[in-house]
Ligand binder design. Structure first.
Ligand SMILES: Cc1ncc(COP(=O)(O)O)c(C=O)c1O
Length: 404
């Protein structure tokens, strides 16, 4: 692969790596009977949906735009695909637009369910008359247990707005009953292994078991790091099979975003200048703030490769870690934000202006979060398929102008 032929900055999907993830997810579906939905909030690279839809059951959407994308590019009830929507709160117009698209609608409160109950029932009569499956309705619950760190990613922190707490659920059932509710949903994981799901289900059942026998399906949310090499897939399968057996063979949904895009591509940038302030600082055409916001939010430090041209030869060197290699650099973005720093890296050979920097594992929670802060251009989109790079999309000044 000649990395110097790729325009920078550019996100590049490696199709064979994506396929490897999809095979694992499909294996989980086949062995456990669970349905896997792609969480578009994490990975909405729809130019790869043609491939993804061969392996998994549908999409999980956070609102109308994601649901529309799933409908247009992934598939809908007409071809036996599911579009499962959860939003902390739906506005009237959003619900109008969701009704023709969604197969499952999950509410975050009894009040929202009551508000839209009649509309959904009317829509279902219509779908029934056409011979289509009806929209199924669920409630998101908060099992008061999550092992997620840091707190910004933990939906069970005290005062969380995400999911109905056990006491509020009990009140809701007393006031409105559960007729018309087919499923319960929780999302309490982030980058976690199957042992965490096992512990979480104990808490879910502690609070919601009395209602579970009335349910047709359970949605265990995302955050299951199924495609990571140390993930215990067999344990996940056993947990799901056991759970389904205890609840009358109910359907179980998993909605991973990160596990779909995990290590399936990179972001490539270029060294534009190198300045000095106690340490050598490489200024790149990629930004933590605009292109890799989780580096600042989480925070985390992506692995990188430095790609240089020596004569006509491409030389690729993996980073040695912070201040371990002979030559150390801080990588910073082109914005005005003082903290737009990706991390400190070191190599055995010096870095030069014009070198390419490849940031690994950049397909999830990056493109979906991009912004044009400081008018920084949006990275292009590309794919490597059968060893060949193909440019899929370039952005330009108009993408910046139209957002402002
Ligand atoms: C409700 C819900 N489902 C699914 C996901 C996807 O999670 P992940 O990409 O970590 O698998 C999220 C992430 O925040 C979520 O909030």
């Amino acid at each position: 692969m000649n990395f110097f032929k790729i325009p920078t900055p550019c996100y590049v999907l490696e199709e064979d790596k994506l396929k490897k993830n999809l095979k694992i997810l499909n294996f989980v579906q086949i062995e456990s009977g669970a349905k896997v939905l792609l969480a578009l909030k994490g990975y909405a690279f729809w130019r790869s949906f043609e491939l993804i839809r061969d392996y998994i059951k549908g999409c999980c959407a956070s609102g109308i735009y994601e649901a529309m994308l799933a409908f247009e590019e992934f598939g809908s009830r007409e071809i036996d695909k599911e579009i499962c929507v959860f939003s902390p709160a739906y506005k009237n117009l959003e619900m109008e637009q969701l009704l023709p698209i969604a197969t499952h609608i999950i509410f975050n409160s009894f009040a929202q369910w009551q508000k839209f109950k009649n509309k959904i029932e009317n829509k279902n009569k219509h779908l029934q008359s056409l011979g289509f499956s009806e929209i199924e309705v669920g409630l998101r619950v908060n099992p008061l247990y999550s092992e997620v760190q840091p707190p910004i990613y933990n939906p069970c922190i005290s005062g969380s707005r995400l999911g109905i707490t056990p006491s509020e659920f009990e009140k809701g059932v007393r006031n409105f009953g559960l007729e018309g509710i087919q499923g319960l949903h929780f999302h309490t994981h982030c980058e976690q292994n199957s042992d965490v799901l096992e512990r979480t289900l104990v808490h879910f059942e502690k609070y919601f078991k009395p209602y579970a026998s009335q349910m047709k399906w359970f949605n265990f949310g995302g955050g299951h790091h199924i495609t990571r090499s140390d993930y215990d897939v067999q344990k996940l399968i056993a947990i799901i099979k056991d759970f389904r057996a205890r609840y009358g063979d109910a359907d179980v949904f998993l909605e991973p975003g990160e596990a779909v895009g995990w290590q399936s591509g990179f972001l490539i940038g270029e060294v534009v200048d190198i300045v000095w302030n106690e340490i050598a600082i490489a200024i790149l055409d990629v930004s933590a703030s605009a292109h890799m916001p989780d580096c600042l939010e989480m925070p985390y430090r992506p692995n990188v490769k430095k790609i240089s041209l020596v004569g006509n030869e491409q030389q690729i060197e993996e980073d040695k870690g912070e201040k371990i290699g002979k030559y150390s650099y801080r990588f910073g973005g082109p914005t005005c934000l003082a903290g737009d720093v990706i991390g400190d890296y070191s190599f055995e050979t010096p870095l030069n202006v014009g070198d390419k920097i490849l940031f690994e594992d950049m397909m999830h929670y990056t493109i979906v979060k991009n912004n044009t802060f400081n008018g920084v251009p949006l990275p292009s989109l590309g794919v490597i398929s059968n060893g060949e790079f193909r440019l899929l999309k370039n952005f330009d000044y108009n993408d910046y102008k139209n957002r402002n």
